[in-house]
Design a protein around this ligand. Sequence first.
Ligand SMILES: [Zn+2]
Length: 121
Amino acid sequence: MVQFFRKGKVIHSVRRRNIETAAGFLYADMLTAIDDGHAYFAGDGEHCDQEGCGEKAVVRYKIKKKFCRDGRVHEQFGTQYRHFCDQHKKRGDCGLDDADDNYEEIPIWLDQKAQDIGEHT
Ligand SMILES: [Zn+2]
């Protein structure tokens, strides 16, 4: 069984006869997962948005400004959030977009409360 994971959850799986066959089909199986819409990499609001981390998010940050690759402020449509686990909640100041100064913490329990009463933010 070949399994593709995202944030610790299986997002795509396929059965192959043996390891040699699985290795031969691996790239094709990855493309099938992408074609089937399983490669959507936006945050889910439940898990940490740090790449490679599958821990549960404990903080929710509102992004103050979006920046282009060349460092200019980019127009932002709507409010965007990022979520991080306890280990990754301190972002530092290395990036413009992904820096402590560019985030406003929004209590994560507010979001949970909205879900409990059936509202969507
Ligand atoms: Zn994390």
